[in-house]
Design a protein around this ligand. Structure first.
Ligand SMILES: [Zn+2]
Length: 381
């Protein structure tokens, strides 16, 4: 449904299937600044952003320029009785690998280093040929990759992890922000701006000018995989939240940390806001996702016709908040990198960490594999 009826231009229309409810609808080709919403569920199905190609290209180049110093220079330093250590983005990944937590190390590397870097590089590779007047050289594979990478780039969540690690470590010694902190903050701001200004519709139009009549391709969805992932997450919940995720040895004293214990520690130290944020990200969000997705799966299975708009809204909430569950994995990676101080202090991952990582990744994938179009279509069949 057009937001503004006078924007309809006969002859230039696109057939678009809503990515949320699956309704096929015809939309006039939009002008810059216009937006088309789904007639059934009100999701934005097309948006033409103003001057998107030039602006996004400039931002991506700027982001890449900031990403390099953000990775080269240390972000934080930690000092206990004259021994100090500092942390780069990659240090936590290396620390986790050395402690044999390979899966968690890979997850942290993919979301804090690889995905943000690939987004900048792919954006530049897709947009430069268009800007140079050679849109035929803009790779379709890279555009598809770019569409999927967004949810996996988690530098904004890393920012919260830095705040949590800062608060935790100040109980043990001196913590200071270092030179890499400024470029990292810049990279995070620019990567958010890139995601706002990138306009896949404008790119597609620049590539295949003229007759545009197509139904959008949808990422692969699988109902059975969603159910299997939800069951996995539910089973992993118990060891994830009761077993030790982190062991801190300080002056020979061993301190075992569970997810819940580290939240109690923050709140008892007066860090109520951080404690509440970590509780939401690490406990509430994974639990909410499992319960809410289970309800959606059951309602689709029963071909329920009630509350379809509300259930679609629930799915959108799950998608929007899901990635924040990663925050504890980043906190662990920062603590492991900074806490390696020989005889004075060491921080090692505990047996619960892999189960916690399992909960985080299986709830995230369960939401990706769930097809929201079933909420409307299953009832219709
Ligand atoms: Zn819709």
């Amino acid at each position: 449904m057009m937001k503004n009826p006078e924007t309809k231009r006969p002859g230039r229309t696109q057939l678009i299937a809503c990515h949320l409810c699956g309704l096929d609808q015809t939309v006039a080709v939009l002008k810059e600044g216009e937006r088309a919403r789904c007639a059934r569920c009100c999701a934005t199905i097309r948006e033409r952003k103003v001057n998107s190609i030039d602006r996004t290209l400039a931002l991506a180049l700027c982001g890449l320029a900031l990403f390099v110093p953000a990775n080269i220079y240390p972000i934080m330093s930690f000092e206990v009785v004259g021994r100090s250590n500092d942390n780069r983005l990659i240090s936590g990944v290396i620390g986790l690998f050395q402690d044999d937590a390979h899966i968690v190390a890979t997850m942290v590397f993919a979301t804090s280093v690889l995905a943000p870097l690939l987004i900048f590089l792919c954006t530049i590779a897709v947009l430069v040929p268009i800007r140079m007047g050679r849109p035929q050289f803009s790779s379709a594979a890279l555009r598809r990759l770019l569409d999927r990478l967004g949810r996996w780039a988690m530098l904004d969540i890393y920012l919260l992890a830095i705040a949590v690690a800062y608060a935790k470590l100040s109980n043990f010694g001196e913590v200071e922000l270092q030179g890499g902190w400024g470029p990292l903050l810049g990279t995070i701001v620019v990567s958010i701006l890139v995601s706002f200004s990138y306009d896949p519709g404008a790119v597609r139009e620049a590539i295949d000018r003229g007759a545009i009549t197509r139904t959008d391709a949808h990422p692969r969805k699988n109902f059975a995989v969603t159910v299997a992932l939800l069951a996995t997450a539910a089973i992993l919940f118990i060891p994830a939240y009761t077993w030790t995720v982190l062991s801190i040895v300080e002056y020979g004293q061993v301190h075992h940390d569970t997810v819940y214990g580290s939240i109690l520690e923050l709140t008892s130290g007066g860090q109520y806001l951080l404690g509440a944020l970590v509780f939401c990200a690490s406990i509430f969000i994974p639990a909410f996702k499992v319960v809410a997705l289970t309800l959606l799966v059951i309602s689709v299975r029963m071909r329920s016709k009630i509350w379809r708009s509300e259930r679609l809204m629930l799915y959108r909430i799950i998608e929007a908040i899901g990635r924040w569950a990663f925050v504890d994995l980043f906190v662990v990676s920062i603590l492991i990198a900074l806490g390696e101080l020989g005889v004075f202090a060491t921080v090692t991952p505990g047996p619960g960490l892999i189960f916690f990582a399992g909960v985080v990744i299986s709830t995230m994938l369960a939401a990706i594999y769930f097809d929201p179009r079933l909420i409307w279509n299953a009832a219709e069949e």
